[in-house]
Every structure is written in C-alpha cells, then in structure tokens.
Design a protein around this ligand. Structure first.
Ligand code: MIC
Ligand code: SF4
Length: 755
C-alpha cells in the first residue's frame, strides 16, 4: 500500500497547468528544481517570476517528517498553535535516541527503557494530531521516508538537515527547524528564499571500487562546507541515470554537508525500479503520465551553462574512491593519495573501528556491496584487524538483508557487530569503550558528518568518511591508507591476496520483505487522546512564550563569547549525551555553546563573566547575565551554525537571554531558526570587524528602533580604554520576519493571529 496516494495524485494533476504558467511567466525552458518549486507555490499558478537568490517565496510542501530528537521541540510548539490536526501528511520517527552498545536487540530494549517517557509522549502527540509514528527500531527517518513516502516531483520539509536524502527519488526535500514544520503542519505557507541553482553534470559510469558516495565526497571537496549555501544542486546526465535511487539518495543526503538547500535528480528508470520494489507501482503509474515534467527540460540539460548559476562536471568513469576528513566533511582525499597526506599531517593510520550505516549509506545495496567484500576476505582467509559496526537503515532493509544472507556474511567476519536500525554512532549514541581516555586515534565510517567529538565524544578521534565498500576494506586491513585497488593483504597462511571489487545488488532479487515495519497509524479522531507532560520531568517541559521585543534599542550588552573558527550546531548544542534533554528547553540550555572555542583564550566552555571578572562555563555565565538583567550577544566566524537543523541551537540562547548573534556568515537553517525564535541574526558588513571586538566591550545598538528590510544596523562597541568602534551589520529579515522578532517569536505571532 502506498501512503497518501491520493495526495500524490492531486499533486500530479495540477502539474501540467502550473508548469504551463511557469513557462509562460519565465519565458524559458525549466530546470527540474524550478518545476518542483513553481508547482508548489502557496499562491497556486505563478503570477510572477521569483528571482533566484533574492525573492522570499511562500511554498506549500506536500508533507512533513520529524525525527525524535527534533520532533519533541517541534511538537511542543505545534501543541501551542491551537490546531486539532496536522494540515498535511506528517510523520515522526524514533531513531536518534537509541545507543549502540552491545548489539541490536539488547540496545533497542535498553533504548526503549531509557526513553520511554519521550517515546510515549511522541506516540501520544502523533496519535492525537494525526501524525504517523515510526516506533523505535523501525529505522532511520530518511531511509524510511525514501522507502515509503518520497515521490518524484514532490516537495517536503523535515526537521533534520538530511531530509534532503529524498532527492534520491526526485523530490525537493528540505531540512528545517521545528518552527518551520509547525507552519506547514498548522496549514500555513512555508517561506524560503528562492534558491540559486547549481547544475552537476555526471558523465560516464562508475566502476570497480567507486561508489555513489565518492561522487558527493568529490563534490564536497570542490564546493566546501559552504559552497552550496542558498542553492539547490540538480544532478543530470547519463552518469546520473546510471546510479541507483538509493545511490542518488546518498549523494543528495550529503548535500547537507556543502550547505545546499537540497539536491535532486530527474525521474528515471532507477526510480521506477525502486518505487516498484518498495511496493509503489501506483506512484510509477501516476508519475509516468507526467514524466516529462518530472525532469529538467532537454534544452536545459543540452546547454546547462545558460540555465544554472554554477555548473560542475564530473566524469564517473574517472572518479576514484575518496576518504574525507578528519573533523570536516569537505577535506577530500583520493584513497591513492591518502598515505602521503596522512603522514604529512600526522593523522593516525591504524583504525580500531569501522562503521557502516547512517541515513546516508544504509540501504540494501550498501549492505550487499559491503557484505561482498567481507565474504571475499573470509573466503581468502584474511583475519579482520578492526571492528566493523553496522546499523541497517530500516527494519525492511534489515529483514531483507537477513533473509538474503548478508547479515550472516557480516557475522562470519570475526569482529562484526550489528546494531539497531537507528542513527547510533552517527549522532554520538555510541558507548565506545575507552573513548573517555581521550586518546588520539582514527575511525572510518560511511556517515555524512565527522565534526570533532561527534561519534564517540573524544575530541582526539579523527573520523574519516568513505563509502561502505571502503569502510569494509579498511576494517579488514585495519589501516586507513589501504588502497584495495593496488595493495595486497597477508592472509592467515602467509600468502599475499588482493580483495575482489565489490559486487552488490541494487535491489533484492526476491523483493523486499518485512514482518513488522514498526509503523503506528494515528487515531481517526484524536480529540480524546491525552498528552501528558509531567511538570517534574527532566526530559520534557511545556514551552513558555518568549517575551515580545520592547521596541527599544539594546544597550549595555556584553559579549558572551566570540567563537573562533568552526562553530557548528554540534558546538552550539551538542548531541550525544545531551540528546536526552531535547524536549526540555531549560535543561538542554546547559549545553549552550560549550563546544565553541573562545577566541580570547582559545579554550572551550570558559568565558569571562563581566559581573565579577571570573571565568566560568558559558551557560553559567549567561545565566548570571540573565539574572542580572544584562543583555548579551554572541559573535562568530564563517558558516556559523553549520550542520544540523536542531533549533535548540537558537532556542537555548533565546531562552537564556542572548539578544543577537553577529557572525561573518550563517548556515541557512540556523539563520532561519534564529529568526523564528525571535533572535537577531546579523552578519558583519565588513568581515574584518570581527577582529575589532574585544572581550570586555560594551555593546549598544544605535538604530534597532528603525529595524527594516534591507536596512543595515549600526552597533557601537565601547572598549575598556574608552575608544569605540562602530560596526555595521547586515541582515536578511523581510517584513514578516521582523514581525516575528517584534512578537518575540514566529509562534507568538501564529498564536496572536489565532485569537
Ligand atoms: C544530525 O545529523 O546532526 C542530526 C542529529 O540528525 C540533526 C538533527 C538534530 O540535531 O536532531 C540534523 O542533521 O538536522
Ligand atoms: Fe541520524 Fe546521522 Fe542521519 Fe542525522 S546524519 S539523521 S544522526 S543517521
């Protein structure tokens, strides 16, 4: 059965007319991205051309997905919006809270025991408001979405940055904060700045050890962690068609790592095959009727330089396996060059752990290809050197891989551990023995992110990202510099052997199978369902309104911290052990910015308390300012808030009384999250002004009273020697967003409008 097939058919019914309107207005052939955007306008048929990179546009996404770690906050906000039911099909997925420790079954049970309060809350809120709930163990949100909900030409948003994974089935799927999800679930338009377009033409065909992952590892190397900001990446060309749908998903998934709004591919046979294999022939039949609209126009792909803002070409026939890292996903190194680079940089070469999984790479195809490497090694008598951990993407993938013998292949490999169908180590849900010692070491994984401390909490773990095939090969050799294309291994008989190239199946020959997929449908009439939040809980806390702006300039503010260098959402609101407080704003606020490096002493979680000159932890110092009624600001570097969609990174400073975040540049989702929560997110008009800001400065806003779209703001930094610097700040607030600021938050505004 296909979920929400009527909705999908309705979307397709309106396609021809809306595309015709868009063609007429723009007067040019259309890219796939434009087609999806123009068919999902809130206003219906377009009446104007929306300028890429400039106009704010109201959209009407088809569906919403949320994962447990962000759904708590999203749903706590939705509960305040005063609606009886969600306005569009929505789902929540319990995947982030289960820790990997000993193995799937025991870990899952322990996860359920430890998180029952939160799971019960999510289950009952979903039941009440008409939201589908995927129970713990059902799988990772983005694999479950790809298997059940994604459809070519659709538009969805999700409270997770890797929502973009659904581009593998030709969607425009965008990661957002919970407050954005609330807009759509409450039946309101969802606003996005019309993205720019990056075209990536894939020629040739992959071979040997190269995998879809290497496409995006290469792209990340070219575009860097911020090169995709504000853009949709559209892949096309014969190479694109040669990739499987889940391979396309992998590529789109890691588009989050280059800051892209999303990535997508045109509807093709690989998508037909995947939809059919996952029981959705009806979607294929419907899509086939408008297939020409579900991909870019031929003129666009024939002359892409005329239609995209930027164009990149990659020849898949020449692409080789890559390892990206450490500490950032865009540091791309071809495997063949790895040894020299690792030596030059002092990266530890030996690995103790190799991990396959995460929403990026946990499909049937991924497991089958990795299993083939392991089988080959076992057959050739090679003893594995590292431990191989595997998190399958969904119960359906796990069940089918079990039936087809891949999980047994892994089990035959001494040292393999099969963990739950969940995020696990990818989000720091990993009880890695010895990590607390903080030793310098390396790990390799098929995940998407490798920021410091992310997987095991140890800042000295150097994490490298690679394809599942390469992860398996490195697990066998125990060395990161092992190049399976050229290097040999010594087997137990002392013979030199070479590993065969990976072999796998795009889709299970006997079809997918599953006994209990872990889905819980909501009640038809949820009005009687009770949602209980214990006032004494330390995991859940009902939200209180943020105060409205008093209409005055902010004066006498302090610089809570000037963050130095990379400051991702992991630095601002760490995950791992803190995930348990995602539904309790006051408790989770105790992790605010504890990972950010203070530019004045280059230490983490140690900032000057201007009230008494002492140094303290960031949250504690900020709580002291709040208690004393002193406003504060946070200063940051480039791409501030990179990474996750977690709005806690914006709500925590808001809750603790920070007024503004002034940085060199923002990552898209985080900037929007700040706006939604009634914060000021500003950028330096002149980036070098960052250097002028001193630890003991007093900050005054001079013209906030005239806050208006397109008008810069002026701040004055008074230094202790009595001199001062005037800093001009840019912002991207439009009228509506200024209303959020004035009301105290976007949610406050929704509530005002309800009354
Ligand atoms: C992540 O990969 O960082 C997460 C955890 O999935 C986040 C969401 C979160 O912080 O809960 C994301 O990518 O948005
Ligand atoms: Fe989960 Fe990792 Fe994917 Fe985030 S990136 S959704 S933590 S598997």
């Amino acid at each position: 059965m296909t979920f929400d097939i009527d909705m999908i058919k309705k979307v397709y019914e309106r396609y021809p007319e809306r595309i015709a309107a868009a063609r007429q207005i723009t007067g040019k052939p259309l890219t796939l991205s434009e087609k999806i955007l123009y068919t999902h306008l809130w206003e219906g048929n377009t009446t104007q051309e929306h300028e890429r990179g400039n106009s704010y546009v109201d959209f009407a996404p088809d569906r919403v997905a949320m994962q447990d770690a962000t759904a708590q906050m999203a749903l706590l906000q939705f509960m305040q919006a005063g609606k009886a039911k969600v306005a569009v099909p929505s789902t929540a997925h319990a995947d982030h809270l289960i820790q990997a420790r000993v193995g799937a079954e025991a870990d899952l049970q322990e996860g359920i025991n430890k998180n029952s309060e939160v799971f019960n809350f999510l289950s009952s809120v979903c039941d009440k408001y008409g939201i589908g709930f995927w129970k713990p163990g059902a799988g990772i949100i983005h694999q479950v979405v790809l298997e059940n909900y994604a459809f070519p030409g659709g538009m969805m948003i999700g409270t997770d940055s890797h929502t973009v994974n659904a581009g593998g089935l030709g969607m425009v799927a965008i990661g957002v904060g919970g407050a954005d999800a609330v807009d759509v679930m409450a039946g309101m338009p969802w606003e996005l700045k019309m993205p720019k377009l990056i075209g990536i033409k894939l020629t040739g065909k992959m071979n040997g050890w190269t995998s879809a992952k290497d496409v995006i590892l290469k792209v990340a190397g070219i575009l860097t962690v911020k090169g995709g900001t504000g853009c949709i990446v559209e892949y096309f060309g014969e190479g694109a068609e040669s990739l499987s749908a889940t391979g396309k998903g992998t590529i789109c998934n890691m588009g989050a790592e280059i800051g892209a709004t999303t990535s997508t591919f045109g509807y093709d046979d690989s998508m037909r095959r995947y939809l059919t294999a996952t029981g959705r022939q009806d979607v294929v039949d419907a899509a086939d009727q408008i297939a020409e609209h579900l991909t870019g126009d031929p003129e666009v792909y024939a002359n892409p330089e005329q239609y995209f803002d930027q164009l990149i070409e990659i020849n898949l026939s020449e692409l080789t396996p890559h390892l990206n890292g450490p500490f950032t996903p865009d540091l791309a190194t071809p495997v063949a060059e790895f040894r020299a680079k690792a030596e030059a940089n002092g990266w530890p070469i030996e690995v103790e752990w190799a991990l396959i999984g995460s929403c990026t790479n946990s499909s049937y195809e991924d497991l089958s290809r990795a299993a083939s490497i392991v089988e080959d090694a076992v057959a050739k008598g090679v003893k594995p050197k590292a431990i191989l951990g595997i998190n399958p993407g969904s119960e359906q993938v796990k069940f089918t891989a079990e039936r087809d013998g891949f999980l047994d292949s892994f089990r035959k490999f001494e040292n393999a551990r099969i963990f739950t169908n969940a995020c696990g180590p990818c989000i720091g849900q990993w009880d890695r023995e010895g990590a607390e010692k903080g030793e310098k070491n390396s790990i390799i994984h098929s995940f998407n992110r490798n920021f410091a401390k992310r997987a095991d909490g140890n800042p000295n773990t150097h994490a490298f990202v690679a394809s599942p095939e390469m992860v398996a090969a490195v697990a066998i050799s125990g060395r990161l510099d092992f190049n399976p294309i050229t290097d040999t291994l010594t087997n137990e008989a002392g013979k030199q052997i070479k590993l065969d190239e990976p072999k796998g199946s795009e889709l299970p020959a006997r079809g997918f199978a599953v006994e209990d997929n872990g889905y819980q449908a909501p009640s038809e009439d949820g009005s009687k369902v009770q949602v209980a939040v214990d006032p004494n809980s330390d995991r859940l806390q009902l939200l209180e309104e943020f105060p409205a702006w008093d209409g005055k300039n902010i004066n006498g503010a302090r610089v809570l911290i000037k963050a130095f260098g990379k400051c991702t959402t992991d630095h601002i609101s760490m995950a791992g052990p803190w995930l348990k407080y995602r539904g309790h704003l006051d408790n989770i606020s105790n992790n605010m910015l504890i990972g950010a490096v203070n530019a004045y002493n280059m230490e983490t979680n140690k900032v000057k308390n201007q009230l008494d000159g002492s140094y303290g932890e960031v949250p504690a110092v900020q709580r002291a300012y709040k208690a004393a009624g002193i406003p504060s600001i946070v200063v940051g570097d480039q791409n501030y808030g990179e990474g996750s969609s977690r709005e806690h990174a914006a709500m925590e400073p808001r809750h603790l009384g920070v007024k503004a975040v002034l940085v060199k540049s923002f990552a898209r989702i985080h900037e929007t999250n700040l706006k939604k929560q009634g914060m000021l997110g500003l950028t330096f008009a002149n980036e070098s002004d960052y250097d002028k800001i001193q630890e003991d400065d007093i900050v005054n806003f001079l013209d906030l009273e005239d806050f208006a779209p397109g008008k810069q703001l002026t701040l004055e930094f008074i230094h202790t020697d009595g001199t001062k610097d005037i800093v001009i700040a840019n912002h991207t607030y439009n009228n509506q967003q200024i209303e959020w600021f004035k009301a105290g938050s976007a949610l406050n505004l929704i509530k005002q409008q309800e009354n």
